[in-house]
Design a protein around this ligand. Structure first.
Ligand SMILES: NC(=O)c1ccc[n+]([C@@H]2O[C@H](COP(=O)([O-])OP(=O)(O)OC[C@H]3O[C@@H](n4cnc5c(N)ncnc54)[C@H](OP(=O)(O)O)[C@@H]3O)[C@@H](O)[C@H]2O)c1
Length: 337
């Protein structure tokens, strides 16, 4: 990186593919960058900056955040805001920033779940941390069993009407709740742009109705943890590398590296090698196969990882035969402890 502030690569739109979110006009890159784990207070800021700027240079126009990303909660938004102000502010109209509220953020009755009080105050706090006037997408991060879905959807509608968000999204909702959320939002006059959910060769719940529900309501789909947090790469095939997510995250554990896991992952790794690619690339091509998923939302702890991941878009698509060969190893729950 030679310029400070950064000067974006002129060729950044030449190779990335962009897809519309369902039937709506907003297009997202097939690979987006998420700031959940490697962009908090404990990660070096210069590395964060390198990854964020390299992403933009590769045509990744979409950064995904949430109020609680860190650790500590809020620090990913603060760090992103600093890098954005220094290097990316002049490209604001070329960038899609999303944030969310719905998980625990602060003590007291207004810092968790799905009330209008929490969602709208959290959006203001996110904007302040990132130094932005608006986000492109504001998500309800998870369904709240104790708040009427109307209340959460009215808060998303209000966020859009106030101009603090351009579009509304939901995350981690099941198929029926998704159809209901889309209906309520449509009646309020704010469409459901997109649903963000977990999907990978080892996490296949979305195949049981959610993908169909999204087709039905015409919303986009962006999938998180498509590499199962690194477990659908070769990262853990020869032990636990120093600095890997297993060594520092509360969301991934050594006990998940079981014999069954290793057996299936080695088999998938061999299929990838047979195609002359890495397992990470195969895993990304697999979630994007058939065009039902708008964008795969990856995390990365280095620019090299991100480059490898984006290169998955330049390899021939999986054939029906290859998908069938993958299937016996792509077993839901493989990486659960
Ligand atoms: N809506 C929700 O509830 C929710 C929940 C979770 C995540 N998300 C979103 O989804 C984003 C992505 O989630 P995720 O980070 O779990 O995604 P992921 O892409 O499945 O996992 C990322 C991790 O995989 C490893 N990795 C990435 N590329 C690699 C490569 N080419 N070779 C080897 N290892 C590689 C890295 O591990 P190391 O760190 O070990 O290098 C990296 O930190 C998040 O940042 C967030 O925006 C949303």
């Amino acid at each position: 990186m030679t310029h400070d502030p950064h000067v974006a690569d002129d060729a950044r739109y030449e190779t990335m593919d962009y897809r519309r979110c369902g039937r709506w006009g907003l297009r997202l890159p097939r690979i987006s960058l998420g700031l959940w784990q490697n962009f908090g207070g404990h990660h070096p800021l210069d590395r964060q900056r390198e990854i964020i700027l390299a992403a933009f240079d590769m045509g990744i126009t979409h950064y995904d955040l949430a109020n609680n990303y860190g650790p500590p909660p809020g620090s990913a938004e603060t760090n992103f805001g600093g890098i954005f102000a220094r290097d990316l502010a002049r490209y604001r109209d070329e960038i899609v920033v999303s944030t969310k509220a719905g998980y625990y953020m602060h003590p007291g009755p207004y810092g968790d779940w799905g009330s209008r009080k929490y969602l709208l105050s959290s959006l203001d706090a996110s904007l302040a941390r990132m130094g932005l006037d608006y986000v492109d997408v504001f998500y309800h991060h998870r369904p709240d069993p104790d708040t009427p879905i109307e209340e959460s959807m009215m808060a998303l509608d209000q966020a859009v009407r106030s101009g603090k968000a351009l579009y509304a999204g939901i995350s981690n909702y099941g198929p029926e709740a998704t159809v209901e959320a889309a209906r309520i939002l449509r009646e309020l006059g704010t469409p459901l742009l997109i649903h963000q959910f977990k999907y990978s060769m080892y996490e296949r719940t979305a195949e049981d109705g959610l993908l169909d529900a999204l087709d039905q309501v015409g919303a986009g789909s962006i999938v998180f943890s498509p590499l199962a947090q690194g477990m659908l790469t070769d990262r853990y095939l020869a032990g636990i590398p120093e600095g890997s997510r297993i060594t520092h995250s509360q969301f991934l554990h050594e006990r998940q590296v079981t014999e069954t896991y290793l057996e299936r992952t080695r088999a998938l790794n061999r299929i990838a090698a047979g195609r002359g690619q890495s397992l990470a690339q195969l895993a990304l091509q697999w979630v994007l196969r058939g065009g039902r998923v708008t964008s795969a939302l990856v995390g990365a702890s280095s620019v090299d990882q991100l480059r490898t991941n984006v290169a998955a878009l330049n390899v021939p698509e999986l054939t029906a035969q290859e998908i069938a060969a993958i299937d016996p190893h792509a077993v839901h729950g493989t990486h659960y402890a």
